[in-house]
Design a protein around this ligand. Structure first.
Ligand code: S3P
Length: 165
């Protein structure tokens, strides 16, 4: 199977950036993290974009950023947790490449991310976060491939390389 574009989706803390970089290196592909690209383009951290503008503004930016990347080839894209949970974005990614869901349990997400000041959604509180997590699973689960994100990043990359071979 050959894919020109691989999209990694999943909740915060699922390891999309770590796995994405390793995978891109193994394939000789470019790696792009949508959050980092947005931060570079806007000259601001994600937290600041949420504060100075709004979440809605950020959501528009991330969809536009994804659309810009759909035309590139030999690319691994690490998406923000909300982008892969957007049904329209999911459809676009599935049309253009292989979509891989890094499925992280809620408690593991908390262990990995609880203290991160640049993840504004953490401010919403535990109950709301868990609701969001449950709701997002419905969209993430439309991905072509599901991987257990509690595994070591290199192991996940090896699994993907086998699928892609
Ligand atoms: C978000 C996840 C973040 C970032 C933003 C919003 C979300 O990306 O895009 O803080 O809605 O889940 P990561 O999934 O890389 O943490």
């Amino acid at each position: 199977m050959s894919f020109e574009r691989i999209f990694l989706v999943g909740f915060m803390g699922s390891g999309k950036s770590t796995v994405g970089k390793l995978l891109a290196d193994s394939l000789g592909y470019e790696f792009v993290d949508t959050d980092l690209l947005i931060e570079q383009r806007e000259g601001m951290k994600i937290g600041e974009i949420f504060e100075r503008f709004s979440e809605e503004y950020f959501r528009k930016l991330e969809l536009a950023t994804l659309k810009d990347l759909l035309g590139r080839s030999r690319i691994v894209v690490g998406t923000g947790g909300g982008l892969g949970a957007n049904p329209h974005a999911m459809d676009l990614m599935k049309e253009k490449g292989l979509v891989v869901w890094l499925d992280v349990p809620f408690d593991v997400f908390l262990q990995r991310c609880a203290e991160d000041p640049n993840r504004p959604l953490l401010k919403m509180g535990l109950e709301k976060l868990e609701e969001l997590y449950t709701k997002r699973m419905e969209v993430y689960s439309k991905a072509h491939v599901r991987l257990d994100a509690t595994r070591e990043p290199q192991e996940l990359v090896n699994q993907l390389l086998q699928i892609l071979r």
